[in-house]
Design a protein around this ligand. Sequence first.
Ligand code: RB5
Length: 149
Amino acid sequence: MKILIGNDHAGTALKEEIKKHLEDAGIEVVNYGTDSTESVNYPEIGQKVAEELVAGKGDLAILICGTGIGITLSANKVPGIRAAACYDATTAHLIREHNHANILGLGARITGSELAKDIVDSFISAKPLGGRHQERVDMITAIEKKYSR
Ligand code: RB5
């Protein structure tokens, strides 16, 4: 499995911990930065990682900002992305199983690193359930197509 990861300045420290956690488990991680605590704009990173994911550069992605909200909102503007910020492990596996989410958002100013690692493990180990859930995901895609230029 290959995981793409990106973050703004608020998420740099948590990103380092998550990256190490994944690599220690033998998972390939592609880091899109930032690797600094200098202020950057989360929409640019959310967009970049989202575009790389829909281009097939990885299997799933993780985006980190202060709340996990701004960076996932940005990623969700890229067609084919279903990104959701999670603050607990249960929601993290349900967004994979029911919503077929392909990006997990984390809030570095909200969630401690140990819980964040559990959330990541829950997200990457869950599988889309398909069936009635696929039909609903297809409905989300239809909305996206309706408003795409
Ligand atoms: C940066 O200060 C902060 O606004 C950003 O990390 C994020 O929380 C936005 O949603």
